[in-house]
Design a binder for this molecule. Sequence first.
Ligand SMILES: Nc1nc2c(c(=O)[nH]1)N[C@@H](CNc1ccc(C(=O)N[C@@H](CCC(=O)N[C@@H](CCC(=O)N[C@@H](CCC(=O)O)C(=O)O)C(=O)O)C(=O)O)cc1)CN2
Ligand SMILES: [Zn+2]
Length: 770
Amino acid sequence: MALNMTVSHILGYPRIGGNRQLKHATEAYWKGDIQRSDLEQVGRELRRDNWQIQREAGLDLVTVGDFAFYDQVLNTSLLLGAVPHRFAAEDEVTRGEVDLDTAFRMARGRAPSGESAAACEMTKYFDTNYHYLVPELHAGQRFRLASTRLFSEVEEALAEGHAVKVVLTGPLSWLWLGKERAGETLDRLSLLDGVLDVYAEVLQRLAALGVEWVQLDEPALALDLPGNWKAAYERAYFRLRAAPVKLLLAVYFGGLGDNLSLALGLPVDGLHVDAVRAPQEVDSLVDRLLPHKVLSVGAIDGRNIWRTDLVEVRERLAAAAQRLGERLWIAPSCSLLHVPVDLESETELDAELKSWLAFARQKLDETVTLARLVSGRVTAEDERLLAASSQAQASRRASQRIHQQQVAERLAGLSEADSQRDSDYIQRAEIQRRVLGLPLFPTTTIGSFPQTTEIRAARRQHKAGTLSDDDYQARMKAEIAEAVRIQEQLGIDMLVHGEAERNDMVEYFGEQLDGYAFTRFGWVQSYGSRCVKPPILYGDVSRPRAMTVAWSAYAQSLTGAPMKGMLTGPVTMLQWAFVRDDQPRSVTCRQIALALRDEVCDLEQAGIRAIQIDEPALREGLPLRRSEWSHYLEWAVEAFRLSASGVTDATQIHTHMCYSEFNDIIDSIAALDADVITIETSRSNMELLDAFGDFDYPNEIGPGVYDIHSPNIPDVDWMVALMEKAAERISLERLWVNPDCGLKTRHWDEVTPALANMVEAARQLRRRHA
Ligand SMILES: Nc1nc2c(c(=O)[nH]1)N[C@@H](CNc1ccc(C(=O)N[C@@H](CCC(=O)N[C@@H](CCC(=O)N[C@@H](CCC(=O)O)C(=O)O)C(=O)O)C(=O)O)cc1)CN2
Ligand SMILES: [Zn+2]
């Protein structure tokens, strides 16, 4: 094997800290408990620690620019001066230093200083569960360098003596992720030249600081791009080639596909590709790479937590190493932002399972070792890691705990009838109308009520063993009883128990299903200071016992109104977990569906007449490339139907979706055949319903009339007007009145008046349409 020096680096590291220090500090700052300088200090410490960790792991470059107090796409917007006028006076931007509180107001609508304003929109970053702040664009927009944070961070890192590579969201992906202002049409590419002026200036300044490499993230190159966007890539990168730094163009979350030639032809100094999602492209990239360029191969999975099979990857990369020599770089596939920080914190995870895993910190070691393996400069430590890797693969393959005979048999015995309700919606609806006795414009909510500090503290004490099982149960029951009382008092028609007992809608079920493991500190940033702890789906899934029946039955016992059971659907259970990579996701999804199906049937048996199966991640699971959509949608829809179809016609199945553009998958949403769908629409002003109306969505819909992401109390007239808009498109007997999503992040003093207004709106609608 060649004796070369193979550069190892990462695209980014989790910024939240091993103990979620960033969350605690930012939330304390927002509450006024700590000073701005304290928050900045926490930021500096996190950056310093993360760089130190990278260097100690042996990476050749440390990555600067991946830190953000809220979001890295927002940081790029600040750098470019893309700050809407409602957040800052012109001179704050022209001064070249946007205030941190301005950034927080853009992100959340308010901050310790400055006037509150409607926050920027937030949406999912490609196919991840990470949310970024959508850049607001408008015709004729001017851009100017408006933040110097990046340069100070570079100076911090250089002062620590690190070899620095800077990362920035690339100009075209930034524009791609942006959105024109409501009601405006805009050719986003018309803004490109202005944007590039600022990038050119930024690159100049970085060069002046002594930075050699700048990584420009262009994940948009993993998408189906329109022709004019492809052309714009050439225009942009030919323009940036003049910069006195080396550019590494980073593409991840998928293969280059039909953008491969385009990417290879761009005048940059290096290309990073995702060799986990598109290993098949590496050879042709190696064949065609121009001789002065480096190829950074993303061979360690940045989206999942399985330990890399180093032997296998070394073999796969042997030819590339031979041919490229020092021009081969090794990295994780994407930023490690998407995985938990450190496996070593998981002292309660059993040793076997733990040996199969690698979190961000462990992936650094894997990256460094792999780089040394491919270049043939192996240390004793590398040998140890290589052996451990092989052992982990062998132990996983042979493990008794992954495969369950009964699960396989049950899957094999499924027939088409299992994912089919007994009758069509029209007949079911008639029966359900009789059984449920609901008024026109029935009101309901999406499931969760505020997760108060008291609830979370009780759960923490329960987990720590200082609150007994009985006492914890009693506390949660009291919360449920209170939620029922409040809903009855408000006059809501279909009630929910409020989900007080759930830490998270996915983790809660993961904790109770066989085949899932869960961590104690496996936090991953979801948005801003909010994190999730995705469970680890390592084996065949089955349900040892009922999961929600006791809570729902208790809630139903308190009221004569119908109590809606509440479950997380199979696709979302899959999508928001770290999923096994040893069988197709479709098979795993079907296993989850069967476990949920049993829960649905048990809820029905316990007298629950309506059951909601949430699928907020259905849209997010859609592959980035259109050519793969139909296959995904087929198995995703089938899994949902399998979970829902074990009940009689009289049981009303609800589903809920949020966070998404649904227009292009409306047929599949209809194919779920849920009796009722509640869906996020209020922010888009019911635009979404155009799709449902045109298509003539056949079942019932609750278009969310209350934006739960905002602390504002929606007024009655506003909600009536939204529903009237909906009524123009959907027949009255198929409309429900409900919020956009669950209320867990809100406070009761926001929720009660908002729901009172919502109920009043429904009453007015009934009068108007009597
Ligand atoms: N998995 C998932 N993905 C999703 C969503 C979702 O709901 N779940 N929704 C969207 C994203 N929205 C989100 C909305 C809220 C939070 C959120 O509030 N997260 C909480 C953690 C929620 C949680 O697991 N809470 C635990 C408590 C964990 C905790 O912090 N405990 C503290 C103590 C807390 C206390 O005493 O107050 C500790 O152990 O130190 C519980 O309730 O049991 C946070 O960051 O703070 C996350 C995502 C899309 N993706
Ligand atoms: Zn939702």
